[in-house]
Design a protein around this ligand. Structure first.
Ligand SMILES: C=Cc1c2[nH]c(c1C)Cc1[nH]c(c(CCC(=O)O)c1C)Cc1[nH]c(c(C)c1CCC(=O)O)Cc1[nH]c(c(C)c1C=C)C2
Length: 554
């Protein structure tokens, strides 16, 4: 490998969805890096599919987003998109219809609206008052079905939790993990002994992250969500290569990565969906093969989206509010519907109405395989039965996503461990995407930005290493293995490094004492790892201590 200090470090980003584009955009800001993004298709933005037809503007993928993460706000500001933002029409109303006994029943997400709603019986509401007195679960994980039935009762689980989860990840409550798919509720129960009390407390602290607030602040851009991937690509300093599939991920002896395009890379961020990792060759690296194959078994829900545009429509009840959800118990042939009347203004021709119908999900994956004609016939039947709509739609569009949303099911912990193991055992390899830390649009963006920041940090020591020649770095106590890997990797790059284990905590005298111990420890370690004699290592250690030499967290 050549002299790292004389050339830009090379980073490859695999996948041109929102995570990949956000990662590449963030990395592009670092002038010390050369960044290439590889997207196998001709389309950027992953499942973001804003469509314009007959005067309607609609989404056949994610419908909207919110600013629950600071990284998302920052990127929107950075891209100059603040004035382009649009918020859900319908003001503060977050009315949602849920089907019960064959009829749409209104649910309001405000506490008073919720208790006056006819969706749940008096008994079910009373059961909710008892939730704070329910014993805390001792299990390390539970299905949402078990967790919710225990805490809230069967009726609330079937008519509130089930449809709400369908409207977020389209999964089955029996297999989804409470710990990973409903982390806020799980943490509230584990820490406060009650989901309701814990969430009320947390809501005060972080009001931006709570469902009623999020729904109220649901946003998009004037020309739809596609503005985001388009602007990320346009303003990115990374080189974006469409129609270039990465078919290999091979770690070379010099610690760099061959991805099958141009010369090797110092770091790689994979944002490809996990199921596609099975097809990537690792060039006889059996451990990496094992980890990628393992990740590729993560399941995804199948969801199709049908758009029906009506020039004018007569409905039994006004099609206002967020939309309508179908609980599994009701055995309908769709998961949910959203209405353009209360999505974003200016997306429907005067007097018209657009309905997005979601099909499939954990309980009914076969519905996602309906042909367009089957889907239209089914949707017209449902619209007639539920809302009395007889007219035929003038505009129809349909998109199937047979692997739409990753499912954080029971056993997800195993995937989390595989992701961490791959990153720890293979320095320079990073993963980002909606299969990690959340499934929504804002989660995907944040995941990409975080991976980019980690790459920036990862590159730093290598850069300085060549200049200082002898590098000492102290690692956080929790990640000693990573520290050792880092030092051996730097050594393989031709740089003399001493690895240290230790902590930076404590007051200054304790810290100095700790540093002395760490130096002795480090010297012992280093002499075993590197061909440095004990006396010279000792001298280096003492020099480093007196100069308060670089302290680089891993
Ligand atoms: C009926 C099917 C679906 C609808 N939307 C989705 C499905 C599967 C997908 C989806 N919805 C939301 C997210 C983002 C989650 C995130 O963490 O950002 C995803 C991937 C948002 C959402 N949708 C509803 C709720 C309560 C939320 C959570 C609030 C938020 O995070 O913004 C309700 C809802 N979704 C759909 C309908 C018809 C509906 C209610 C009427 C469609």
């Amino acid at each position: 490998m050549g002299d790292v200090s004389s050339r830009k470090l090379r980073v490859a980003v695999i996948g041109g969805g929102l995570s990949g584009l956000s990662a590449a955009y963030e990395l592009g800001k670092n002038p010390l890096l050369h960044v290439d993004l590889f997207e196998k298709s001709d389309h950027l933005g992953g499942i973001v599919t804003t469509t314009e037809k007959d005067g309607f503007l609609f989404e056949l993928g994610p419908q909207s987003m919110n600013s629950k993460h600071d990284e998302v706000e920052e990127i929107i500001r950075d891209l100059g998109l603040v004035s382009n933002k649009v918020f859900r029409s319908g003001g503060k109303s977050v009315k949602t219809l849920i089907i019960r006994d064959g009829k749409p029943v209104e649910l309001k997400l405000s506490p008073s609206g919720f208790f006056s709603s006819k969706l749940l019986s008096f008994r079910a509401k009373l059961f909710l008052f008892l939730e704070p007195f329910k014993r805390k679960s001792k299990s390390t994980d539970l299905s949402i079905d078990e967790f919710s039935a225990h805490r809230f009762g069967r009726e609330t689980t079937d008519y509130l939790v089930d449809p709400m989860m369908s409207g977020v990840n389209g999964g089955s409550l029996r297999t989804l993990s409470a710990k990973y798919a409903l982390p806020t509720a799980w943490i509230a129960e584990q820490t406060k002994g009650s989901v309701i009390l814990g969430m009320l407390g947390a809501k005060k602290k972080h009001p931006r992250k709570y469902p009623s607030k999020l729904l109220r602040e649901t946003m998009s851009f004037e020309q739809g969500l596609k503005v985001l991937p388009d602007t990320l690509a346009e303003k990115s300093k990374a080189f974006i290569h469409k129609k270039r599939e990465v078919k290999r991920l091979c770690l070379q002896e010099d610690g760099r990565w061959d991805v099958g395009h141009w010369s090797p890379y110092d770091a790689v961020i994979s944002t490809a969906p996990t199921y596609s990792l099975q097809q990537i060759s690792t060039c006889r690296n059996t451990r990496l093969r094992e980890l990628l194959s393992d990740l590729s078994t993560l399941s995804y829900s199948a969801i199709s989206i049908l758009f029906l545009g009506f020039k004018d429509v007569t409905s039994r009840i006004p099609l206002t509010g967020f939309g309508c959800l179908a609980p599994t118990r009701e055995s309908r042939s769709f998961l949910g519907m959203t209405f353009t009347t209360s999505s974003f203004e200016g997306r429907t021709p005067e007097g018209g109405i657009g309905v997005n119908v979601f099909l499939g999900g954990g309980h009914n994956p076969k519905q996602a395989r309906f042909s367009q004609d089957e889907a239209v016939a089914m949707a017209r039947h449902e619209l007639h039965e539920l809302f009395g709509i007889e007219k035929a739609p003038q505009t129809v569009a349909y998109r199937q996503w047979l692997r739409a949303i990753p499912q954080y099911e029971l056993g997800y912990e195993h995937y989390e461990s595989s992701l961490n193991a791959a990153e720890e055992e293979f320095p320079g390899l990073f993963f980002a995407g909606n299969y990690r830390d959340g499934i929504g649009v804002p989660d995907a963006i944040r995941s990409g930005v975080i991976a980019a920041k980690r790459v920036n940090k990862f590159q730093e020591p290598a850069e300085r290493c060549t200049k200082v020649e002898i590098v000492m770095f102290i690692c956080e106590r929790e990640r000693p293995s990573r520290c050792l890997l880092r030092s051996s990797e730097l050594w393989s790059r031709g740089t003399l490094c001493l690895g240290y284990l230790g902590s930076l905590s404590g007051n200054s005298s304790r810290r100095i004492l700790l540093l002395v111990v760490q130096h002795i420890l480090g010297i012992l370690l280093a002499t075993r790892m590197l061909p440095v004699s004990l006396p010279s290592a000792l001298v280096l250690g003492v020099q480093s201590l007196s100069a308060h030499e670089p302290v680089w967290p891993c």
